[in-house]
Design a protein around this ligand. Sequence first.
Ligand SMILES: [Zn+2]
Length: 150
Amino acid sequence: MEDAINPFSDEYFMKQALEEAHKAFDEEEIPVGAIVVCNNRIIARAHNLTERLNDVTAHAEMQAITAAANYLGGKYLKDCTLYVTLEPCNMCAGALAWSQISRIVYGASDKKRGFTAFSPSPLHPRTAVVTGVLEVESASLVKNFFVRKR
Ligand SMILES: [Zn+2]
C-alpha cells in the first residue's frame, strides 16, 4: 500500500516550486522556481524572470521574497520557509538573510554560483538549511534547458 502524500512535507512543497520552474522553462527562462510557505500555507510563488524583465537580479528567490513580504504586509519573513529548486546564489542568500527567513530548502546544488561555496556564509547563522529535496528533478530541468539552448 502506498502512503498518502503528506501535504506539508518538504517534498510536497518542493513539487510546487518545481511547477514554477517548469513555467520558467516554458518561457525560455533559466528554469528555477521558488515558493514561500508560512504556517503550512503557500504565500508566494515565483520563477526566474531575468529575460522577461531584462534584469539580472530577477531570480526566483528575489521575486518570492518581495511577493511574500507584500502578502504579509511586513518586510520580514520570520517563521517562513523558502523552497527553491536550485541552490541560491550569493545575491539571493544575502537577500534571504535580510528577510530573516527561518528556513531554506533547496533541490539541486549549484557548484559554481551557489552560496555554500562562499565563506563566511552570507546567511543568518540561525537560518536552517535543508538540501537535496527533489534534487534529480530540479537538476535535470536545468540540464535539459541548457542542452536545448545549444
Ligand atoms: Zn540568485
